[in-house]
Design a protein around this ligand. Structure first.
Ligand code: RB5
Length: 141
């Protein structure tokens, strides 16, 4: 189960992401927002982060206009590793090197085609462990 969250600026890409997950046969839960009416991205970031941390969803994809607001809010949660991705290789590396449990996409600055490549890479790339685990272990302060 993949959790999804966006603000108004990410709503349309989130709808596209759902169609990609449906095509892949991957279950998803949408934590909002549910329209393009203006909302505050932290409200949705916190819902998704909580669902990842309590195991309701395995991992998540979040979208706002730039991706930065979502990433900043998500990463305030201890145990969340949310990484901003804008192309396929970055999405591969956010899993392989950073063991990200949430991928963040910039809804206003990425095409649907590139977003689909990022989604596939995020879902299919395993964490490499090794030296990268040691680095992750140094993140929490
Ligand atoms: C909304 O206009 C925009 O500020 C938001 O989606 C996001 O880009 C913030 O980081």
């Amino acid at each position: 189960m993949i959790g999804l969250a966006s603000d108004h600026a990410g709503f349309e890409l989130k709808e596209f992401i759902k169609s990609v997950l449906d095509k892949k046969g991957i279950a998803h839960k949408d934590f909002g927002a549910y329209s393009t009416a203006s909302v505050d991205y932290p409200d949705y970031a916190h819902k998704l982060a909580t669902a990842v941390l309590n195991g309701e969803v395995k991992s998540g994809i979040a979208v706002c206009g730039t991706g930065n607001g979502m990433a900043i809010a998500l990463n305030r949660h201890k145990g969340i590793r949310a990484g901003l991705c804008w192309e396929e290789e970055v999405a591969q590396l956010v899993r392989a090197h950073n063991n990200a449990n949430i991928m963040v996409l910039p809804g206003r600055y990425i095409s649907e085609a590139e977003a689909e490549l990022c989604i596939t890479a995020f879902l299919e790339t395993p964490f490499e462990g090794g030296r990268h685990q040691g680095r992750i272990d140094k993140i929490e302060i």
